[in-house]
Design a protein around this ligand. Sequence first.
Ligand SMILES: [Zn+2]
Length: 387
Amino acid sequence: MSLQVAEIYQIPIKLHYSLVLVFFLITWTLAYGFMPHYSPGLNPMQYWIMSIIGTVILFLSVLIHELSHSIVASRYGIKVKQIVLFIFGGVSDIEEEPKDFNKEFKMAIAGPAVSLVLSALFAIFWWITTAIIMSSFDESFKTILIIINGILFYASFLNLILGIFNLIPAFPMDGGRILRSVLFSRNKNYDKSTRIAVRIGVIMSYVFFGLGILTILSGSFVSGIWIILIGWFLQNGAETYLYQYDIMKILSKIRLHELMKTNVISVSDGLTINEIIKNYFNIYMKSSFPVTKLNYEVVGIVTLKRCSNVPEHERDTINVKDIMFPKNKIKLLKVNDTAEKALSIMIKENQDKILVCDDRDILEGVVSKTDIIEAMDEQKSFFQQSQ
Ligand SMILES: [Zn+2]
């Protein structure tokens, strides 16, 4: 649901389709609200120009904010898969969370810090143009300056909001991560720090609920609803974060040899396409098989789709070896790897199962998403009953 528009520092930048609607909505709100309110006396055309530029600056500011996180992350060797700009702002898709307070702190603070610096820079230029407008007598020159001045004011304001809003100490905001890294640097307990940070996030959400209700009671209905929505967003974020964190924690304690299925059917790398279709795909009704040597060392994976793509008259001459996904193209896991690792690879690579081998790549078993979910449910009910 998103479109790649650029690539910066080898990070794909994507726009979510919902942005088209948001772009129009924001521009419209600026043209009829913010800009005429801030710079009265201009004509509608001029307000539209100010608003379109303002909205573009908004998107660029969100992008720069996200890029700042990503650049620090890649400095630490953490891969950033992509940045997606969508209806509520931007998301950096970072491969894993650093479990090092120094790294997490720098990565999290980079975004708000850059937003606040941008806000200050725009404010300086805004101040300069304001001073020139006051002393200028040429009317047409003054109009252009008033337009630029309004845009600068908005740019400074929005970056200030972007910086401050992200500093709210609650997951999934940057402030939540900053808080956790500070706690973690003091108590050296990642788990405890995460839980405290999540709890503070929930408390923050109640503060926003309370503020929202007070705002509504004082007569500003729309602002009150906005504040309550922020509270809801924070609460939801905290709960989702803790849920995922707990799942990953349980999974990080399960080794693959505890849950893998060991009765795996594999095919020999010397078979022809016709043999494998007749003796394996048609009999076992599976969409893929691991390909192994005689000693069960994995050399690749063959799929039904690839076999079907081979023209029928060639199926007796072409070998499984020639059309399989070779070993270096697939992810093999070891028996002592964790279920957490397996699940994140499955999610990332969008695959349902993964082969498990010993240190010499001898096939030991296979793990599917279902196996992981079942094991997780068992552990969860064990924890619930033992509490
Ligand atoms: Zn951020």
